[in-house]
Design a protein around this ligand. Structure first.
Ligand code: MN
Length: 187
């Protein structure tokens, strides 16, 4: 069964860009809940428990209809958040998949990403994706839908209000700027 991956850095490691209280609630409460509900959905289906999460999410039409939505929402939530904690890892931490990319993101990519994130209506995510043909693209996904059908995710930003409301309230643009400032200064 799935477990909450430990945060590979301190809860205050992203201060002042992302505050400690938000990180604690986000990781220990929100992410834990996705894990718990994913496990609950899979509990009656031992044959699905050994499959890779990506495989289940890529083939939702093949899982029993009664758990399809739960798997999409909570399995997606688990996958998305696990990825998010990794890309936010400071360079010195283990588990960073981003390496020094934060510093090399072009202003044009940052602008396109920010425009897309501001346009994301309701709860969702914005992603920078490397498509199979090598092209970079920026997409939004709704709710906890995962991005990997489009290609290899390089960056993802959680745009649910739980990700920023304590510190930034309705100022989503400031949260997006803080995300890129953090990456630029710490990756
Ligand atoms: Mn979240």
């Amino acid at each position: 069964m799935y477990t909450l991956p430990p945060l590979p850095y301190a809860y205050n490691a992203l201060e002042p860009y992302i505050d400690e209280a938000t990180m604690k609630i986000h990781h220990l409460k929100h992410h834990q809940t996705y894990v718990d509900k994913l496990n609950a959905a899979l509990e009656p289906y031992p044959e699905l428990q050994n499959k890779k999460l990506e495989e289940l999410l890529e083939n939702l039409a093949e899982v029993p209809e009664v758990i399809r939505t739960a798997l999409r929402n909570h399995g997606g939530g688990h996958w998305n958040h696990s990825f998010f904690w990794q890309i936010l890892a400071p360079t010195s931490s283990q588990g960073s998949t981003l390496g020094d990319k934060g510093r090399t993101l072009t202003e044009e990519i940052k602008k396109q990403f920010k425009d897309s994130a501001l346009a994301c209506f309701g709860s969702g995510w914005t992603w920078l994706i490397k498509k199979p043909n090598g092209q970079l693209t920026i997409i939004n996904t709704a709710n906890q839908d995962t991005p990997f059908a489009e290609g290899k995710p390089i960056l993802g930003l959680d745009l649910w209000e739980h990700a920023y409301y304590l510190k930034y309230q309705n100022r989503r643009a400031e949260y997006i700027d803080a995300f890129f400032n953090y990456l630029t200064n710490n990756k």
